[in-house]
Design a protein around this ligand. Structure first.
Ligand SMILES: [Zn+2]
Ligand SMILES: [Zn+2]
Length: 281
């Protein structure tokens, strides 16, 4: 099975990986291509990138004019541009490339209400996972406070985004209701279990972690840069995440319940990813 995840964050769509068949899945699940402006690619293995040329070609045929930004390994740009050249795909829109340097954390994308970070993981080739974090928000501002303090529009905006005004004289907590709980999602890509990953995903509301093998194949997992279901569950425990979703299963497993059981014995809040699965946070 190939990897691709579409995320809707505050009405914006993002794609994490683009394995073969991604455009078929996006159509099936009614994710509009035109609303995707950023694609994050974890690494250059075929099961994570081979859907990209087809997706970009279809965006072109649909008359796209808006730029598309691809965040990924350094090799992504050369590979994709050569692919488009050889297939005579003449793009009518701009492609931007943002490189995730091997082994480095990068603030990949940020706007006023959330942030996406790329973090290094441990696979056979340079690979990054990604994490989406909502930024703290305050709830509604109390009407009485607006009148009593004579707050300006700009001051209200600052307070609602969690900042103090008037040289710290008015703190957001004094005049705003508590905001909604902050949610976060981490995509740990293809990786061995690693303390780097634990640090990067700590406290996530939901963690997606690969579980290519069952524990009896732990040696094979280590050799190939993958994890077992049990190891993924230990990462979830150590990182104190809210829930765990396992994916990237080896095609040798017809029945995945032993992998689920193995993980749930350690981290009960575990589910198995499946094609078309929707997760609401
Ligand atoms: Zn891989
Ligand atoms: Zn893979």
């Amino acid at each position: 099975m190939t990897t691709a995840q579409a995320l809707n964050v505050h009405e914006r769509w993002f794609l994490f990986d683009a394995g073969e068949g991604v455009q078929v899945s996006l159509r099936r699940h009614k994710v509009p291509f035109s609303k995707i402006h950023h694609v994050f690619v974890s690494h250059m293995h075929g099961d994570h990138v081979l859907g990209l040329p087809g997706l970009i070609g279809s965006m072109n045929l649909l008359g796209r004019k808006e730029a598309l930004t691809l965040h990924g390994p350094e090799a992504l740009e050369g590979w994709l541009m050569e692919n488009l050249r050889l297939t005579a795909t003449h793009l009518q829109f701009q492609l931007n490339f943002e490189v995730n340097p091997p082994g480095e954390v990068r603030w990949a994308w940020e706007q006023s209400t959330f942030r996406i970070t790329a973090f290094p993981v441990q696979h056979r080739i340079p690979t990054h996972g990604f994490r989406v974090d909502e930024l703290p928000r305050m709830g509604s501002i109390r009407r009485a406070a607006i009148a009593d303090l004579g707050l300006s529009f700009e001051e209200i905006r600052l307070l609602k985004s969690g900042r103090a005004i008037r040289n710290g004289g008015v703190q957001p907590e004094e005049v705003c209701d508590a905001g909604p709980p902050i949610r976060s999602y981490a995509f740990a890509a293809d990786t061995r279990p690693s303390t780097q990953v634990v640090e990067a995903v700590t406290g996530a509301t939901c963690l997606y972690h690969e579980a290519t093998f069952k524990t009896d194949l732990a040696a094979r997992a280590r050799e190939t840069g993958h994890s077992t279901a049990e190891q993924a569950a230990r990462v979830a425990v150590d990182a104190r995440v809210g829930r765990l979703v396992l994916g990237h299963f080896s095609s040798r497993y017809r029945d995945l319940t032993p992998l689920l059981a193995e993980a749930q014995a350690i981290f009960p809040s575990t589910t198995l990813a499946s094609d078309g699965m929707k997760i609401l946070l």
